[in-house]
Design a protein around this ligand. Sequence first.
Ligand code: KG4
Ligand code: ZN
Length: 343
Amino acid sequence: MLVLGIESSCDETAAALVEDGHMVLSNVVASQVKVHRSFGGVVPELASREHLRNIGYVVREAFKDAGKTQEDIDGIAVTQGPGLIGSLLVGVSFAKAMAFSIKKPLVPVNHIEGHIFSAFIENPRIEYPLLALVVSGGHTSLIYSLQQGHYQSIGRARDDAAGEALDKLSKFLGLGYPGGPIIDQLSERGDPRSVSFSIPKISDGSLDFSFSGFKTAALRYIQQAGIKPRRSGSRVTRAILNLVASYQQAIIDTLLRQTQKSASRLHPRSILLVGGVACNRQLRQTFKKAFEEGNSVAAHVYFPSPNLTTDNAAMIAAAGTPKLRMPVSLDLQLNAYADLRLC
Ligand code: KG4
Ligand code: ZN
């Protein structure tokens, strides 16, 4: 089954052709990083305008790269939410119009389910039950699944998402945008135990996440230690290297602790680390060590290659494939929802 995936929930316009849910024939992503960089974050109005400008080209490229035509596909899968409403609407409207004109079925996909499926593309035999840690610029969620298509929310961000916390500190320190990959690189040169961040205890025993306290603590530390944001072109000081390494470590420690707690309650066979922040090398290593070699509940840890970890449309096509195997027709009432829930 050949599926066209379309993704436009945030600042990447993406289209991909995927065969049988795991053979990626093309995976095209038009990044808007340059457009948003000077603002230090995604500007929603600019994002939807860019999607509109790029979507036709990105979809054409996806067909070209795969050597396929519109007649070859069995259906279209499009991200319906959650995300920026103006951005989502571009993808959903384009997908509806295309499905209507070429008379193919269309299925909506939840972006979070897309991230979960991203791990299956390279590892189709991941065993259930699974526990997925979805960590990105917009989400930090622990999701448990006993079988495909059935999800239970175990924990979620109460304030900033993990990626957002990294992006904000990077912006504040003048390190650049997006902050996650920059902090990932710089942390290698800093001492992760040099600044202590106390990990908040969520008193009701839930498995939620909270990162805004780290941001406040970092800003206080910056003031007290007299750290100056980097001026463009200048070297990154040792004080900044140590701070970002410690901040990243505090985020990783929190992610690990909540995942370990969930795993010891639920005993999953597989742990999936997905979403943009899952590109982080230290995070990947820490999880591998903890669950495959350490004293935590034993489970296989899976994380996709970086181009499938950040937002892409191959994961949307993969998540849409089982839905398209059911009898579906084109629903022209299909809409986008900024706050769409998975469970
Ligand atoms: O999944 P994604 O592309 O978009 C959302 O759905 O949000 O994730 C983007 C987030 C950004 O916050 C970015 O800073 C973070 O992923 N990110 C990283 C790394 N690469 C991207 N965070 C930590 N380490 C990385 N290597
Ligand atoms: Zn995402």
